[in-house]
Design a protein around this ligand. Structure first.
Ligand SMILES: Cc1cc2nc3c(=O)[nH]c(=O)nc-3n(C[C@H](O)[C@H](O)[C@H](O)COP(=O)(O)O)c2cc1C
Length: 372
């Protein structure tokens, strides 16, 4: 099976081509420290054989956001080290998705804009990313993934909707400057061998936002800046102040009514650019099973690595059951997005389909694998 073929992101060798794409768990504690439940979540996917565990969005500073994981100082490293050790034990490699976000309030529809940021504040963001990246390396992560997707700070910079009139706007290179600065500074601190990746929205799906026309240029700029993998998502722009609503929000975690593989064309377009630089592309979005991943994604050159998220919330053994020919036993994701609703409510992000299945069988859905 092609999915079992190893692949390298620069010097980082992945044992197979399946990535568990980042999914906020709301399992960190109130201050963003790693908990045993959070380790357990990732260790279970590692045990199932996933080659690349892309750990959820993790704050680069201490700004308030309930239950969001953090890695922004030495005090956070010990917990993350337990997490990386637990997953490494199963041969998985791990990246951590580093996120910076600005204030937004769903209640009064108020959102801070990147146009408001001073040069000092931009420099501060760069410093926070570098600090967090250094902590990530110390904590045993094999890679960092810069969150340049969806509606957050870095994605707002690279967007065509960035109306800054200084060196951080005006041209595509200007809009990308904060990210290329972060890559350069992280490279200095982490060394040539360390794997630095990013996630972008291949298309923003908002009026006046990026389409493949811009994101292929952005991908080229990132590759030239020394990026080692590019993960492609879609949409996720918050237009009305409430997370992941509207068309753009829906595209990101597409519900049942959307077609399978809805972002494959984005993976294909961006891979066209990245392959000249030897930079692997990961694509996610309603890839329901390995057969689809092999035939529609890898064989058709839509991406180098298959990214899957919700199906592995619906069944933590989604991968190994298929490898063992036990497809019939898989608890299938219905793309109902209850997981998303729980995320919005800051509740532990678990799957209702999995919980119902376990309830029917009379078993505990969350028997811990990791016992710290
Ligand atoms: C509950 C939930 C939380 C998510 N959190 C993140 C995140 O932290 N960072 C990110 O880039 N994407 C996040 N995503 C998006 C997923 O990584 C993935 O791109 C999306 O769910 C589509 O893949 P799927 O159809 O296989 O689920 C999240 C998705 C869900 C459902």
């Amino acid at each position: 099976m092609k999915i079992l073929e190893p692949i390298k992101c620069k010097n980082l060798e992945l044992k197979n081509r399946l990535a568990w794409t980042p999914a906020v768990t709301c399992l960190a504690d109130e201050d963003g420290f790693v908990t045993d439940a959070l380790i357990d979540r990732h260790a279970k996917r590692a045990k199932s054989g996933v080659g690349f565990i892309m750990v959820e969005a993790c704050g680069v500073n201490r700004d308030k956001s309930p239950m969001l994981l953090r890695l922004c100082g030495d005090d956070y490293i010990e917990g993350h080290k337990k997490l990386t050790d637990a997953c490494h034990a199963y041969g998985a490699k791990l990246s951590i998705q580093l996120i910076h976000y600005m204030k937004q309030s769903p209640r009064n529809n108020w959102k801070r804009d990147i146009a408001d940021l001073s040069k000092d504040e931009i420099d501060q963001i760069v410093r926070e990313y570098v600090n967090s990246a250094v902590c990530a390396k110390k904590a045993g992560y094999d890679a960092i993934e810069l969150h340049v997707a969806h509606g957050y700070t870095l994605s707002s910079f690279v967007s065509l909707l960035n109306k800054r009139n200084d060196e951080y706007g005006k041209t595509t290179a200007g809009r990308c400057k904060i990210v290329t600065d972060i890559i350069a500074r992280c490279r200095e601190e982490l060394g040539d061998d360390y794997c630095i990746g990013a996630r972008i929205s291949g298309e923003e799906f908002v009026m006046g936002g990026n389409t493949l026309k811009q994101t292929t240029v952005i991908a080229k700029i990132f590759c030239e800046a020394g990026l080692n993998f590019l993960s492609v998502s879609g949409g996720g722009k918050t237009e009305d102040g409430f997370w992941y609503t509207g068309y753009s929000g829906e595209r990101c975690m597409a519900p049942a009514s959307y077609p399978l593989g809805l972002h494959l064309y984005l993976g294909e377009g961006i891979r066209e650019v990245c392959k000249d630089y030897g930079v692997p592309v990961i694509i996610a979005g309603k890839i329901p099973d390995l057969k689809y991943g092999e035939e529609e994604v890898l064989a058709r050159g839509k991406a180098d690595i298959v990214g899957v998220c919700r199906p592995m919330l619906a069944d933590p053994e989604w991968f190994n059951k298929q490898l063992e020919g036990r497809e019939g036993e898989i608890v299938k994701c219905s793309y109902c997005n209850t997981c998303m609703d729980r995320d919005r409510a800051f509740e532990p992000v678990n799957c209702i389909v999995w919980e119902k299945f376990c309830a029917k069988k009379g078993v505990d859905p969350y028997v811990p694998l990791y016992r710290g």
